[in-house]
Design a protein around this ligand. Structure first.
Ligand SMILES: [Zn+2]
Length: 447
């Protein structure tokens, strides 16, 4: 078997909508694009890019000529030049959301969109894919319908040589509410239990500390223990876009997500991007954070003092306790500002080492998505990619494509990119990564 074959045929981190390529969208829009309500896309695109797009024209010309197709591609594919900005990424993604809504609500044929996605993956040679998708909670019936439809299709497409599994993405701000609906879905459709293997947290992470999900994780752990045959595992996007806080807090969030029970962390750039590179990305980057985050950091440092000190992070207990008292008098929404010194940056490196070591012990895997991190995650150059740091550590690591259609990069190309830029040969890389299937969800459930 070719080195890196296991890594190029197992996909653990893709969002359903992001799997559609330019050609897929043009085909899905053929004959209907004039009927679709594009307002969501047009408005968010204008807000993010300052230009009001004309989707009807994009489709008309995209279906007619190579030049039109290229122009369409520019509005769908997310490039490095678009800037590491989640809002801009979402604006492009809204094109798909408008189109998908039409297929679902007007045509009632959204299954065809999903079949197209799975078929493409099968043709690419993938044999195991965990898909994930998100739907708003405003209307519980529609939430259930959306996820039931997805899970059913992924169950149906799974046959000889191709297995699809499904993770339901829950809104970070209403996890328990979403989770209760997932439980209802599985109770009403027990045939979907083998396909629905996990839950995911994605979308904007800024403003959503993992610690707020403590009640959700406690509930999930209790349910998993009661019903091990339908236990759900958690994948959690964290440390991807974190300009709202200090580097220490960004590192801490990754650790806290793992301590709460997430088994795979999406991106975790905060654990591998060199601190000096991270703070150079914007003026005064990561210097400010809300008082609530600084307080959480102080509590974390005091709680993990011994372990941190073992990694060379000095924890000034008295000083932190004094700072905590002073901060407690302030509103939690107020912001504190702490500038970086070379010593502080060096200390953040040790914090990263500490948390990578903790993840290794907890057997938590990092899902690293190379192109996504370059284009959305604000990693400035390939040489500065967090992956190299992860590869030097012992942390479990899986390569994902995230949104292969939006980035125009299938999984095999992502793995090739890693092989081309890594400081090791293909065989050594294959050995270091191992078979990503060991991090897949669901297989550890008792029969
Ligand atoms: Zn993702």
């Amino acid at each position: 078997m070719k080195a890196l074959h296991p890594q190029q045929t197992c996909e653990l981190h893709v969002h359903v909508g992001g799997c559609l390529y330019t050609e897929d969208l043009l085909e899905l829009g053929r004959g209907i694009y004039a009927e679709v309500d594009w307002s969501l896309f047009v408005n968010s695109y204008e807000k993010a890019f300052g230009v009001r797009p004309d989707p009807e024209r994009l489709f008309r010309e995209g279906l007619r000529s190579e030049r039109g197709r290229e122009r369409f591609r520019e509005h769908w594919v997310y490039h490095q030049e678009d800037g590491g900005d989640f809002g801009r990424f979402q604006a492009k993604f809204d094109l798909l959301i408008c189109l998908y809504r039409y297929w679902a609500q007007n045509l009632h044929r959204e299954e065809e969109v999903l079949w197209r996605i799975a078929e493409r993956h099968r043709c690419e040679g993938l044999d195991y894919v965990e898909y994930r998708a998100m739907f708003g909670l405003d209307d519980p019936e529609r939430f259930l319908h959306f996820h039931r439809t997805n899970a059913r299709v992924f169950e149906q497409v799974s046959r000889e040589g191709f297995s699809a599994r499904y993770l339901i993405s829950l809104p970070r701000g209403a996890a328990l509410q979403g989770y209760a609906l997932v439980q209802r879905l599985l109770a009403e459709n027990p045939e979907l239990v083998p396909t629905v293997v996990g839950l995911d947290f994605c979308f904007f992470e800024e403003g959503h500390p993992p610690d707020k999900l403590r009640p959700f994780f406690a509930r999930l752990a209790a349910d998993n223990q009661r019903h091990p045959k339908q236990a759900l595992e958690v994948a959690y996007h964290v440390g991807e876009v974190f300009f709202d806080k200090s580097l220490e807090s960004a590192v801490r969030w990754c650790h806290q997500a793992a301590l709460l029970g997430a088994k795979r962390l999406g991106h975790a750039i905060a654990l591998g991007l060199d601190p000096e590179v991270a703070v150079a990305r914007r003026p005064k980057a990561h210097e400010e954070e809300p008082v609530s985050e600084r307080l959480a950091q102080i509590n974390y440092d005091l709680e993990h003092r011994k372990e941190l000190e073992a990694f060379g992070v000095e924890v000034d207990r008295r000083g932190l306790e004094r700072e905590r008292v002073a901060l407690q008098g302030q509103g939690t929404g107020e912001r504190v500002s702490l500038p970086y010194s070379p010593e502080r940056l060096e200390e953040v490196r040790r914090r990263q080492d500490y948390v990578l070591d903790q993840l290794t012990r907890l057997e938590v895997c990092i899902e690293s998505c190379p192109t996504s991190n370059m284009r959305i995650g604000g990693v400035p150059t390939p040489a500065q990619h967090p992956l190299w740091r992860f590869l030097r550590s012992e942390v479990g690591l899986a390569i994902g494509a995230d949104d292969p259609g939006v980035f125009d990069q299938p999984l095999a190309a992502e793995v090739e990119w890693v092989a081309a830029h890594a400081d090791m040969g293909r065989r050594e890389l294959a050995r270091r990564l191992g078979d990503p299937r060991r991090f897949s969800f669901g297989w550890q459930r008792p029969f």
